[in-house]
Design a protein around this ligand. Structure first.
Ligand code: 5GP
Length: 193
């Protein structure tokens, strides 16, 4: 039987570039990574694809998933629900592959409670400075003004919890940050054998 894969958590404030870094890491096929496609009730953004970036569902569907125990963890993030599919995580890990969860700090806490520390490699991505982060969040034209304000506040709250993570990575450049993360994942895989 194959050893179950790792849960690789990538968290960090909104706008920090987690998605870009994650996509860069996933180009390396040797790492055996599969992205955990979350369910969300937020509106689809331009360029996003249903079933690839998220499963975009109604609040009714989301609540059904909670009730049926389909979610490994979930959270309400600035007014929208986000949750991780339990069956997808189980399937991927059972196949010996590593599942990448791009989730918020609250979701991370719940995953840390549910799994053993040795099964998790967690990363918290930070912007080079708070000013830079504000610029990135405001620069994203996909959200309303109210949403931007909430995301900025949430980002500041999330930053306070960065020490709960195995690694804090500065996203000064997505290429450099993803190289640093790749090296850490490679080491974790090699150590586990
Ligand atoms: P966004 O709307 O920018 O795509 O995501 C908002 C926040 O929700 C981000 O911090 C993102 O990582 C987080 N998120 C995405 N999927 C999940 C999930 O399944 N569970 C949790 N707890 N957070 C998630």
């Amino acid at each position: 039987m194959k050893k179950p894969g790792f849960l690789i958590i990538i968290a960090g404030p909104s706008g920090v570039g987690k998605g870009t870094v994650r996509k860069e890491i996933m180009k390396n096929k040797k790492l055996n990574l599969v992205f955990s496609v979350s369910l969300t009730t937020r509106a689809i953004r331009k360029g996003e694809k249903n079933g690839v970036d998220y499963y975009f569902v109604s609040e009714k569907k989301f609540k059904e998933a909670i009730k049926n125990g389909d979610l490994l963890e979930y959270n309400n993030y600035v007014g929208h629900y986000y949750g991780t599919s339990k069956s997808q995580v189980e399937k991927v890990r059972k196949a010996g592959k590593n599942i990448v969860l791009e989730i918020d700090v609250n979701g991370t806490k719940n995953v840390m409670k549910a799994f053993s520390k040795k099964d998790i490699v967690s990363f918290f991505i930070v912007a080079p400075s708070v000013k830079e982060l504000e610029k990135r969040i405001r620069g994203r034209s996909t959200e309303s003004q109210a949403d931007i304000k909430n995301r900025l506040k949430k980002a500041k709250d999330e930053m306070k919890l960065k020490d709960k993570f195995d690694h804090v990575i500065v996203n000064d450049s997505p290429t450099r940050a993803s190289k640093e993360i790749t090296k850490i994942i490679k080491n974790a895989i090699a150590l586990r054998g």
